[in-house]
Design a protein around this ligand. Sequence first.
Ligand SMILES: [Zn+2]
Length: 363
Amino acid sequence: MIICEKCFCDTEVISVIRNKAEIGDCPLCKCKNVHIYDTDKYEDLSMMFDELISIYTPVSLLPESYPKSDTRLLKSDLINNWNIFNKKSESDVYNIITAICKEKYKYNAELFDHPVGIQELYDQDYLSKHSLLVTNSWDDFVNAIKTKNRFHTHYVDLNLLERFCSYIRKPYKAGELFYRCRISTEEGIPSNEMGAPPKKLTTDGRANARGIRCLYLGDSPETTIHETRAGAYDYVTVGTFKLKKDIIVVDLKEINQISPFIEGIDCLEYAINKEHLNKINDEMGKIMRRSDSALDYVPTQYITDFVKSIIRNDGAAEYAGIEYKSVMHSDGYNLALFDPDLCECVDTQIYRIDMIDYRKHVI
Ligand SMILES: [Zn+2]
């Protein structure tokens, strides 16, 4: 079967296909003049997919106690839980994986044709050793850190969290521009007052506890204006911030998009932690309401402080900040920089908010 680089969105798979340096037309997605891969000719992808698929067990071999409601077809699970295929239907995915894993299919067709499950998702012994959250529950962690022990909780496996962070490193070069918005008057705010507030005025945020300075930025003026949630006819000042030096941040919006094919990654361990990794990104981007208590920020402050504490061999901090999706502006993202002096405000622009598009639903 001929497949092509455009059939996939996983960077590791794409790079394997490109390395074959064969150009042609893809019969599956109809792309022309693209890098193609013949599953009858090459084995590279077979080894990668065999390993990923081996984390699944067909329903006939799952223990009696495994909830039947939590079994699904391999093709559906690969589409819904892994970001591997580029807009492919279930039948396309079925055809692709049975062609790539033709040997496995010969001896274990059940894995591809019948519902499957991940046995370790319900194996307490495995979970206790490999889950990012010691009791395997985000709610337990939240409750413990809010009400039992704030600074020395043992609910998170920090070694594992550090490893996951290392898979989602994102470098930025000096000179990169970010934006920050504040509600202002028609006169605007001078650029030297657009940065993070001084220590004594610092309040709790998703990435910083009260008293700890942190510079919250957005990827575009639109994102940062949305994040400010200015009202209609308010004036806002948007500052353009220029990065002073090269940095590396943890890109939390990619935390659930890590390729299962990265060298050295433990697919099973990754699979059982996907739910928790998703939760971390969701919590970081969660909409703040006026009624929110400072306590609601404690779980993400804990994760952020941990990222901040990771050091390189030379003792310097590994990461300069964390990046997370913007809930207020889809496709936009936010960057929380641990050291507000890493950026300088080089320009400001005053806007008036003309219209707000309110949407609602009955609850
Ligand atoms: Zn294709």
